[in-house]
Structure formats: C-alpha cells, structure tokens
Design a protein around this ligand. Structure first.
Ligand code: HEC
Length: 142
C-alpha cells in the first residue's frame, strides 16, 4: 500500500513534456463559471465553411493550414500545439481551448487574445464555434 502511494506521488511530480509544463493556460487556470460547461455549439455545414475561412485567414499563419502547428510564424518560446494529434487533443478540455482563445498567451506566447473586450472582440458563441472547429483537425475528415 505504501509503495503504491509512493508510486502515485512519484508520477504526480514527474515533469510533463515542456510544452504542457509551460503552457500559460495551465498556470492561468480555468475560469470557474466554465468548469462544468460543455461546448454548446454543434457546427452546421455552413458554419464549418465559415470557420474554415476564419481559421485560414486568422490562425493558420501560426497554427498551420492543417492545424498541425507548422505555420510560418509558429516559432517562439512556446510554439502552437499540433491539433491533428489526437493524444494532445484528448488531453485538453473544450474549456481550456476556450480560455486560450479568449485570453491568448498573455505575454508568454504570441497567441493573441480574441475574447470580448480584446482588440479582436469575438463573442462567446464565436469562440465556442472555433473550439468545435479545431476539434475536427484530429478527426478523420476535418
Ligand atoms: C501570432 C501567432 C498566433 C495566431 C495568429 C494564433 N495563435 Fe493560437 N497559439 C499560438 C501559440 C504560439 C500558442 C501556444 C502557446 C500558448 O498556448 O499560448 C497558441 C495556442 C493556442 C491554443 C491552445 C493550444 C495550444 O496550441 O497550446 C489554441 C486553442 C489556439 N491557439 C487557437 C487559436 C485560434 C483558433 C486562432 C485563430 C483565431 C489562433 N490560435 C491564432 C500562436 C498563435
């Protein structure tokens, strides 16, 4: 039993991959009002076309056209993650993605803030829509 506890403790303190450890969304924490929230947006075909264009115009220079994090501007201390990697995608909740898009890198990375009140000023529905859209990169036919 003691040995089991020790093992659990050991795994808790193992450093994760650098990207996860440094990601500002972890240190910033998840906004409380969203903890129990599930993405309310299910994309229609029309919305998928809309967010495909939005992603191409606004995100792909850093996140890559395919969402693989290989955009030309992807370099930096904390590079964008690979949205086509289902292991990464499964390790993050919709709320974490929501917060990241809303608040951006907050000075720690080049990720801009898109949320209400930011210079870009997307509303909640649009951010949830984008979260639903980026989930598609790790599915069979994005
Ligand atoms: C100027 C470059 C840049 C642009 C433009 C940009 N991002 Fe990012 N984004 C980043 C970087 C760098 C990170 C990783 C560091 C971090 O998490 O802050 C990131 C992180 C993220 C994350 C968290 C997952 C991860 O990669 O760790 C999401 C979700 C995200 N971006 C979505 C978007 C969306 C959606 C858009 C377009 C509306 C966008 N980003 C535009 C640079 C950018």
């Amino acid at each position: 039993m003691i040995r089991y506890l020790f093992l659990v403790l050991f795994y808790c303190f193992l450093p994760g991959p650098a990207h996860f450890a440094e990601s500002p969304e972890i240190s910033a924490g998840v906004r409380e009002e969203y903890i129990s929230r599930v993405n309310p947006v299910v994309l229609s075909e029309k919305q998928i076309r809309y967010f495909t264009r939005q992603f191409k115009n606004k995100c792909s220079r850093c996140h890559g056209k395919k969402g693989d994090g290989q955009g030309k501007k992807a370099k930096g201390a904390i590079p964008p993650a690979d949205f086509t990697d289902s292991a990464f995608m499964n390790s993050r909740t919709d709320v974490q993605f929501y917060n990241q898009i809303e608040k951006g890198g907050q000075g720690k990375s080049s990720m801009p803030a898109y949320g209400p009140g930011s210079a870009i000023n997307w509303n909640e529905e649009k951010i949830w829509g984008m979260v639903a859209f980026i989930r598609r990169f790790s599915k069979a036919s994005p």
